[in-house]
Design a protein around this ligand. Sequence first.
Ligand SMILES: [Mg+2]
Length: 223
Amino acid sequence: MAKIRAVLFDMGGTLVKPEPTPKVFKKILKAHGIILPIEKISKATEKAREKLGIEKMMELGNKFWVNFNFIVLKYLGIKDYVLPLAEAIDREWWEYANISLYPEVLEVLHKLRERKMKIGIITNTFKYDLEKVLSKLNLKDFFDIETCVDVAGKAKPDKEIFNYALEKLGLQPTEAVFVGDELEIDYEGALKAGLNTFLIDRENKVDRNIKRIRNLKEILNFI
Ligand SMILES: [Mg+2]
């Protein structure tokens, strides 16, 4: 194994515990005078996900989430002011979404720093959202590289988004570790790009013979 010089992380589900999308929707809708059961909202967000996959992120750019919200509202049977409401949900999202770091994250990041590792994020989000998240978590300007879909022009599992980050750091794939929580998007994508890849499986759900960790602290044993 080449000497490891960087550890790159996925964001949601890996470093950051997000609040489920339907819960955030419910709060914002309530603030706009619309009260709906969470089950109904969950079904609508699932359907919207099926209709609007990540491949559309590139095509729609920063209009992606307004489109997504619009589809959810349509599935919820909302008929009036659908577009302004979809735009308001997009604007207000991070005011309502509760996010937090997983308990071990700060300790792991600081230990990696002590070991002179470059630390980065590769996420299928837009720069605008990533910045909102990092500033909410007091991690603005902490990372050596923040790679998002609109910056790299590609989304995971495309190996080009991994290559983009590596090129910016001036590293070979074998000099980097990548950790993510989604098998197809993170694990298979990073593996194809040639990085030393780990799946973070906090709930021990994945029954496959792959490089799998339950807690980010385990990464420190591999570098
Ligand atoms: Mg994730």
